[in-house]
Write a protein that binds this ligand. Structure first.
Ligand SMILES: [Zn+2]
Length: 184
């Protein structure tokens, strides 16, 4: 787990200690030395879409990142899931925020465990309803690419590359699956 350990428990301001809890838990946790609150850290969800265009879905929408990390690299629209929304709602929201794209949400396409950073990435296929994009401040440029024109060496994240590769594989086969990928 690469996340930095919590230093303080905000509610009481007391120090935390990392140890095994007293309840039989087999993992060490950050535990408040005063109130004994156990701070569980669990994987978080990143949700996004593969927005596609063209009668045969030969084009996908990518966003050039205007934020770190990976500034200037290309990504599918995706971001952290928020409380109070479903994974599909979060994916649609991120697509609106990052690309300003009008879409019709479709099925789940890829589920990628990124174990070393404690994240689960979920991408849904999404049919673009227009090629007019209105990217937000997190995006320098949003545009369509065919498989041949995708800047494969300039893709921001491995999860995006894995998803795009499977998208074009499935398109060739004429069958859309749900793909589970483990990046350990
Ligand atoms: Zn406490």
């Amino acid at each position: 787990m690469q996340r930095p350990p919590l230093k303080h428990w905000r509610a009481c301001g007391a120090a935390l200690v990392v140890r095994l809890p007293d309840d039989g838990d087999t993992r060490e946790r950050a535990i408040c030395t005063v109130c004994q609150t156990v701070h569980y850290e669990n994987p978080i969800n990143v949700v996004g879409t593969v927005p596609w265009w063209g009668e045969t879905g030969d084009q996908v929408l990518l966003c050039k990142r205007n934020i770190e990390p990976r500034w200037g690299k290309w990504t599918l629209p995706a971001g952290f899931m928020e409380l109070g929304e479903t994974t599909a709602q979060g994916a649609a929201r991120e697509t609106d925020e990052e690309a300003g794209a009008s879409i019709e949400m479709q099925e789940l396409f890829s589920l990628i465990n990124v174990v070393r950073v404690g994240q689960v990435h979920l991408f849904y296929r999404a049919r673009l309803l227009s090629t007019h994009f209105n990217p937000g401040h997190e995006t320098i440029e949003a545009r369509l690419f065919t498989e041949d024109t995708i800047p494969w060496d300039e893709i921001a994240f491995r999860t995006v590359r894995e998803t795009l590769e499977r998208y074009f594989d499935d398109r060739r086969r004429g069958h859309w699956g749900v793909h589970t990928v483990d990046i350990v």
